[in-house]
Ligand binder design. Structure first.
Ligand code: COA
Length: 256
């Protein structure tokens, strides 16, 4: 049990709120487990028609907790992010995300597994995997290129720069960009519409839309996860993580 994820159910919507504001909603194993269990539980819960994921008004999530990444043995043993990704990528009910503030790493790649996504105009997305000495995860090496085209995906994944809500809209990662203060009301309006649609038809539509790439996505997630585990043991990631917590720029110049 963790208070860093708040889960509520009302009006046929399962709401998952990321709630660790002091650490910018950085995701711990316990948080992944809570989200995974909630989504898995929604699959055959007739009271749930839509799953809604959101963060705080100023932050979606800073991605995986970098301190937990340093405990490599536990990461490899427990694989909380991988189990979460397996569950969200095979979810039965439609998933809607609302992104305000930073959406870093898995905060961006989990959107590839959502069905509708909305961003506040101040939202900032980032896929800093390579900049951290890591490699793409969340099926982004496949699904992002498929969505945005190779050169767009390569720029975002290789240079790892923050990008705007407008760019997220242009590459098809979100449905719409709203003034920050209107984001939640807009997302909630779309969710209410979705929840009022015929539930069986929505489940069938989602199942069909995901079916054609499901086997490939599962394969990509597994392959990325294996390489990601190797990268976590690399001196490049060691330097990047130390640099983050020492609040300095990493120096990769001595690594081949
Ligand atoms: N893991 C662990 N702690 C994190 C974190 C993460 N991914 N992201 C932020 N935090 C912590 C910071 O260490 C800081 O803790 P402190 O107050 O004890 O020093 C606190 O959250 C606030 O972060 P800070 O960097 O001061 O906030 P900011 O508003 O200046 O920047 C971000 C927000 C998200 C842009 C920035 O925190 C960031 O880049 N985080 C790392 C993102 C990342 O690399 N994620 C991994 C992807 S694989």
């Amino acid at each position: 049990m963790t208070n860093d994820i708040l889960i509520t159910k009302a009006n046929r919507v399962l709401r998952i709120q990321l709630n660790r504001p002091d650490k910018k909603n950085a995701l711990t194993g316990a948080m992944y487990d809570a989200m995974r269990e909630a989504i898995a539980g929604s699959n055959d819960d007739a009271e749930v028609r839509v799953v809604f994921i959101h963060g705080q008004p100023d932050c979606f999530t800073a991605g995986n907790d970098l301190a937990e990444f340093q405990d490599l043995e536990r990461m490899i043993r427990e694989r909380p992010a991988m189990k979460f990704l397996e569950t969200i990528s095979t979810a039965v009910k439609p998933i809607v995300a609302a992104v305000n503030g930073s959406a870093v790493g898995i905060g961006t790649t989990l959107l590839l597994h959502c069905d509708l996504a909305y961003a506040g105009q101040g939202a900032k997305f980032q896929l800093p995997f390579a900049s951290l000495g890591l490699c793409p995860e969340g099926s982004s090496s496949y699904a992002l290129a498929r969505m945005a085209g190779h050169v767009q995906a390569a720029e975002l994944l290789m240079l790892g720069e923050r990008f705007s809500a407008e760019r997220a809209l242009a590459i098809g990662l979100v449905n719409a960009v709203l003034p920050d203060g209107e984001l939640m009301a807009h997302a909630e309006g779309r969710i209410a519409q979705l929840a009022a649609q015929p539930a069986g038809a929505i489940r069938a539509t989602k199942a069909l839309m995901r079916k054609w790439t499901a086997a490939r996505v599962a394969e990509v997630l597994e392959t990325e996860s294996r390489l990601f585990g190797e990268r976590l043991a690399s001196p490049e990631f060691g330097e990047a993580a130390r640099a983050f917590f020492e609040k300095r720029k990493p120096d990769f110049s001595r690594f081949e």
